[in-house]
Design a binder for this molecule. Structure first.
Ligand SMILES: [Zn+2]
Ligand SMILES: [Zn+2]
Length: 722
């Protein structure tokens, strides 16, 4: 009998065909395997019993980076004399672009095997690992469509490339010490050093080095050298924002932080993300000022292993190579220009980075930054057809087509022009990858976001989705929900009434059910940077001008006359319900954070300061959580920090219970950047589950603004179906 077997999922660019080939040969099954537009197809003749064994073997031994979502089998006619791998002919349909894959164990073993011809080759890779998305210019994926096109394979590499028995069969970025890209080491005056491996000695001696890697540049230095880290903070003008640290291996990582089994799996997975972990305070506190957690990752590119090998260090600071607010640097010249004055040396290579990609970040099992290793994997969601441009901070875009959703890498803050430019170029490249025309274009409701303006150039009438509803739909979409109540908390989103929302209880029917009481942001955006302004306006809701003046004098804040004037006369104020801003005010009141120097800083530090919640009885009036009630006790200390977490979470949880009663929904989605706060999510869960409500969170996509584009796509689908 003969069969046609179709495999869908992550089956291309992951060594799937040679894998099938080997099993077929072992079992004596004749036929062929080939790539197609939708995945991989096998045609073969064998008994039905043999077919079962064949499929069992495939499922049992699947390469770790491959993923089968669907197998369909039908009987056909055909006879073959052996089993072969056919080169693909169909190019009308488009497959997907694999994310980059961290170095595999086999390549790592070869990297340090003196007898291997790739001994210490900084670009070693195979079908199971190596760069993918970051080197791909267009589809279909073959070497001539990547930045490897300028490197001609040597005879031996070519032999492996064409040998189905080899782990490097059709490994497009294949290279070796004879034919691959090369590293070059330069000093700050761009004078070339004779041997790039001197970088190890230079790092050991306390130099700061710009290192070109997979998705862009890192700035690297010894993470145990306190004065060096302080120096780097000054040079990079980065006061408190934590630096990510790369540990030599998992054992070293465990010396620096507490690692659960689950986090260990994440750290060592082929994605190799930065994982935010509880610190053991082994690494200097200058790395993560005022925080109890630290971002750790393991080496994911061969060059990282070589940095540890040549330097004999155990921990390296590996922070994104960029200027504050700008996108990650990908080209050598840009690095020379922008990082001179910051780094002492440049370690660069001559392979182009086509798609810049920051490291992905995971915290409490939730994706904070969806980027290298994750983007742009095909996600199995049938959201119809559409393109979504997301928000402005922590931005990305997403495309839905043919039962898949592709979420792009992270672009950071698009108010920076270079970041926006890169966003736009990548968006155009994706349209080309997937051969889609912008259709059903969705964007944020904010009239001035660059992404909104871009949407307006694509279509006359883009579908505008309010920020917090997009967060709700993002969580619903991920969890396959058609209706739900949402508790959505973050720093800022443009509301339906034009005010700054951010502490919302919403229903999927589009109703703003309740949330945090409204307060005034004195001086608009300036209040975001200076939390004392928010504190003033919250306190002033319950206290008189004199009482406020007394209090602020006690804590040493002058010049509140202007605050009073703004408050009283409504000059230069923006109304807000932002949960993030309430936490900022609490952080300031407790003396934890006076000024925000990076996104989320006051609230993140407040969580570390509080350590645990302290139970409260929230005051709720007409589904509005009266936070000013708790503040007006004027008792700001560690207990208050615990209380405000409880107050916000319990209060919003109780309002969500009301919303469920009123709508008849039994599911609540938690989303928005505040949901990275472990104390708040755990109380919300407790309150809701006690009321027999099912609680859903985001795991696949960020709770923060990196989840907006996905939510916008789902909104577009639901809107058409109801
Ligand atoms: Zn490999
Ligand atoms: Zn070679």
């Amino acid at each position: 009998m003969s069969f046609r077997i179709e495999f869908r999922g992550v089956v291309q660019g992951v060594g799937f065909r040679p894998f099938i080939y080997k099993i077929a040969r072992k079992l004596g099954v004749n036929g062929f395997v080939k790539n197609t537009g939708f995945g991989v197809v096998v045609e073969c003749d064998c008994s039905e019993k043999k077919l079962t064994v064949f499929l069992t073997e495939i499922n049992k031994n699947l390469p770790s980076i491959a993923r089968i979502d669907n197998i369909s089998i039908k009987k056909i006619k055909g006879k073959w004399r052996d089993f072969s791998i056919q080169t693909s002919t169909e190019t009308t349909e488009i497959g997907s672009v694999s994310p980059d894959i961290g170095i595999c164990d086999s390549c790592l073993a070869e990297l340090f095997d003196f007898n291997n011809r790739r001994f210490l080759h900084p670009f070693i890779n195979c079908t199971n690992c190596g760069p993918r998305f970051t080197v791909i210019e267009k589809l279909p994926y073959d070497r001539s469509s990547t930045s490897m096109k300028n490197f001609k394979m040597c005879f031996e590499c070519e032999k492996e490339f064409n040998n189905v028995e080899s782990r490097r069969f059709h490994a497009q970025p294949i290279s070796c010490n004879n034919c691959g890209p090369e590293y070059t080491l330069l000093d700050s005056k761009l004078r070339r050093l004779k041997d790039w491996t001197l970088v190890g000695k230079l790092l050991k001696e306390g130099n700061i080095v710009a290192v070109k890697g997979i998705g862009g540049f890192h700035i690297a230095c010894n993470a145990l050298n306190v004065s060096l880290i302080t120096k780097l903070r000054k040079l990079k003008d980065r006061k408190f924002k934590p630096f990510a640290v790369m540990a030599k291996n998992i054992e070293k990582a465990e010396e620096a932080c507490f690692i659960s089994e689950n986090d260990k799996t994440l750290l060592t997975s082929s994605v190799k993300p930065i994982v935010i972990l509880k610190s053991k305070n082994f690494l200097p506190s200058e790395i993560n000022p005022k925080l109890d957690s630290i971002g750790i990752m393991l080496p994911y590119a061969p060059i990282h292993h070589l940095l540890f090998y040549y330097s004999n260090l155990d921990f390296l600071v590996m922070t994104s190579g960029n200027l504050s607010g700008e996108p990650i640097i990908t080209s050598n010249n840009e690095a020379f220009e922008k990082l001179k004055g910051i780094v002492d040396f440049f370690l660069v290579h001559n392979r182009g980075i086509v798609n810049g990609c920051d490291d992905s970040i995971i915290k409490n099992n939730t994706v904070v930054r969806y980027s290298r290793g994750l983007a742009p994997q095909p996600l199995n969601f049938d959201f119809g057809e559409g393109v979504a441009l997301g928000g402005e901070l922590n931005s990305n875009f997403a495309i839905a087509r043919k039962k898949k959703v592709y979420v792009s890498q992270y672009f950071g803050d698009l108010s920076d022009y270079d970041s926006f430019l890169r966003f736009k170029q990548s968006f155009e490249r994706f349209l080309n990858f997937f051969k889609v025309k912008p259709k059903n274009v969705t964007c944020d409701l904010h009239p001035n976001f660059k992404t909104t303006l871009l949407a307006e150039t694509l279509t006359r009438d883009p579908i505008r989705v309010q920020h917090h509803f997009a967060h709700l739909y993002s969580c619903m979409g991920e969890n396959n929900l058609k209706e739900a109540v949402g508790v959505v908390c973050d720093g800022f989103g443009y509301g339906l009434d034009g005010s700054a929302w951010g502490g919302e209880v919403l229903t999927s029917e589009g109703k703003r059910f309740g949330g945090i009481e409204e307060f005034k942001l004195l001086g608009g955006d300036e209040a975001t940077r200076k939390p004392e302004r928010i504190l003033y306006s919250i306190l002033r809701k319950k206290l008189s001008e004199e009482e406020c003046a007394d209090f602020f004098e006690k804590i040493g804040v002058k010049s509140i006359a202007t605050y009073e004037e703004m408050f009283e006369k409504n000059i230069n104020v923006l109304n807000s319900t932002s949960c993030g801003r309430v936490l900022d005010a609490a952080s300031f009141a407790c003396g934890v954070c006076n000024e925000k120097t990076y996104d989320g800083e006051p609230a993140i530090q407040l969580e570390a300061f509080a350590e645990k919640p302290v139970k409260t009885k929230p005051v709720i009036e007409k589904n509005k959580l009266i936070v000013s009630e708790l503040f007006s006790e004027l008792n700001f200390n560690k207990t208050f920090a615990g209380k405000i977490h409880d107050y916000v979470a319990r209060g919003l949880g109780e309002i969500a219970v009301e919303a469920c009663d009123s709508t008849g929904f039994d599911s609540v989605c938690l989303s928005g950047g505040v949901m990275y706060n472990k104390i708040i999510t755990s109380i919300l869960k407790e309150v809701l589950e006690k009321n027999k409500i099912k609680v859903f969170t985001q795991k696949l996509l960020p709770s923060g603004d990196g989840g907006l584009s996905f939510g916008q796509l789902y909104y577009n689908l639901l809107k058409d179906n109801t």
